[in-house]
Write a protein that binds this ligand. Structure first.
Ligand code: PLP
Length: 457
């Protein structure tokens, strides 16, 4: 028995307008054109209420890695709900799905990770980390060590602490953020710089802005550095190869904890299990969410290294923190089924040696289009930059909304990517076939041609 009534598209749009406040949305402008109602999905395709088929080049919101309609995941949720739909992990209780998943996560992560703390989302996971980091340094007898360094334009979630860790200026401005003890340094965005340095020099300089900040704040006050291996929501900012080794050196030298935010890059997106594996870093924390369940149910969590977990366990007493849905049984059951599916279908290796290189080649070729100033893609996480002119390099006036013009054109042609300003970002499901990759690229070329006409008009 379906819980959802059948209604026309117009009825859904009307009800939506009257009653529903959306995340990250300017409602006044939405209400002028109404929402696009997505009513079902299969494989790598979503379908809107008019039956239009759209190739989902964003895996929902970077999460539906296994694709839509996977029976294994649906069955795992249904069976777990029959057995035990909910119980908590408070008060000295636990249940098989949370335990099984915790043990499984240990198997796929670096050796310093033996323990995991569950949350309901990526934002909650980062809130948890702020509290764990500060508690750790208190227990180490260094209570002055509470400052966390993050980066401009980072995205770490939308709760008060996670948005503070993030470096999105408009988010800070609306609510008096960041909270005290969180500071920001520059992002390793070579294309967005004046390009007077080589990418490698620029990467080193960006990493050293962390060292400058440590000296400015005081090495005895800095607790941790947090970063996404590749910034996602900020526009798929792929750092130069020189960046991460230098960041690791700085963290080691000053003894500060490294937090690798793996909410997007975790569980295979870059062709390795984690972004930390791809870049060869050894983090002390890894928050995760999104792809752990392929988005079928909400689940987040934090990998906690032995360095921290041993101290929390040995010296910490009770850690006064947790969520009602920390380790929700149905979400954990789906995560277990999802990780098994990723392993069984060898999807991480597939990204590394098959569909990743296949799509990357075609993506790079988009750089030949007059409108495309830069292309980049690691694993199945990519971006290109829409520019007015390539040499000399000239960007469109921000008000022109060139990125949105392209995105809307592409959507009309039946494929979905996201615009971050004039940066177009793409992160398709891991199960994307070669034929579907071809379709995505063909539609992108066509949308670029049409957008060029619209933008030169
Ligand atoms: C999406 C995201 C988050 C926040 O996750 P939610 O589940 O939306 O709270 C945190 N970090 C990164 C890198 C993300 O992309």
């Amino acid at each position: 028995m379906a819980a959802i009534e059948k209604r026309s598209r117009q009825d859904w749009q009307e009800l939506d307008k009257e009653h529903h406040l959306h995340p990250f949305t300017d409602h006044k402008s939405l209400h002028k054109k109404r929402s696009r109602i997505i009513s079902r999905a299969e494989g790598v395709y979503i379908y809107d209420a008019d039956g239009h088929r759209i190739l989902d080049g964003m895996s929902g919101l970077w999460c539906v890695n296994a694709g839509y309609g996977r029976q294994e995941l649906i069955d795992a949720a249904a069976e777990q709900m029959k057995e035990l739909p909910y119980y908590n992990n408070f008060f000295q209780c636990a249940h098989p799905p949370s335990i099984e998943l915790a043990a499984m996560l240990k198997e796929v992560s670096q050796p310093q990770f033996n323990r995991v703390f569950f949350a309901g989302s990526g934002s909650e996971s980062n809130d948890t980390i702020v509290r764990m980091v500060r508690t750790y340094w208190d227990l180490m007898g260094q209570p002055g060590r509470h400052t966390i360094i993050s980066r401009d334009n980072a995205y770490h979630g939308s709760t008060v602490a996670a948005a503070s860790l993030g470096g999105m200026k408009p988010m800070h401005k609306q609510s008096g953020l960041p909270i005290p003890g969180i500071v920001h340094v520059e992002q390793p965005y070579w294309f967005g710089s004046d390009r007077s340095l080589s990418p490698e020099e620029f990467g080193l300089a960006a990493a050293r802005s962390i060292e400058d900040k440590i000296r400015e704040v005081g090495p005895d006050k800095v607790a941790a550095f947090i970063a996404e291996p590749i910034q996602g929501a900020g526009g798929v900012i792929v750092p130069p190869d020189s960046y991460w080794p230098e960041v690791q050196r700085i963290c080691d030298e000053y003894g500060i904890l490294l937090i690798s935010d793996e909410v997007i890059t975790g569980f295979g997106r870059l062709g390795e299990w984690f972004g930390a594996d791809y870049y060869g870093t050894r983090p002390d924390f890894m928050p995760f969410a999104k792809g752990v369940t392929s988005g079928y149910l909400p689940l987040g969590g934090v990998f906690v290294s032995d360095r921290v977990a041993d101290v929390l366990i040995d010296k910490g007493g009770e850690f006064f923190h947790g969520y009602t849905y920390s380790g929700h049984p149905a979400a954990c059951a789906v995560a277990i089924a999802n990780l098994r599916l990723v392993q069984k279908e060898d999807l991480v290796e597939r990204i590394k040696s098959d569909i990743g290189p296949y799509l990357q080649d075609k993506w790079r070729a988009l750089g030949e289009h007059a409108l495309v100033g830069d292309t980049r893609m690691v694993g199945l996480m990519g971006a290109f930059e829409i520019v007015k002119s390539k040499s000399p390099l000239e960007k469109f006036d921000e008000k022109r909304g060139a990125g949105v013009v392209f995105r809307d054109t592409l959507m009309e042609l039946g494929a979905c990517m996201r615009a971050v300003g004039d940066t177009i970002i793409c992160a398709p499901p891991f199960v994307l076939s070669h034929g579907e990759a071809d379709e995505l690229i063909e539609k992108t070329w066509k949308a670029l041609d049409q957008a060029q006409d619209l933008l030169s008009a």
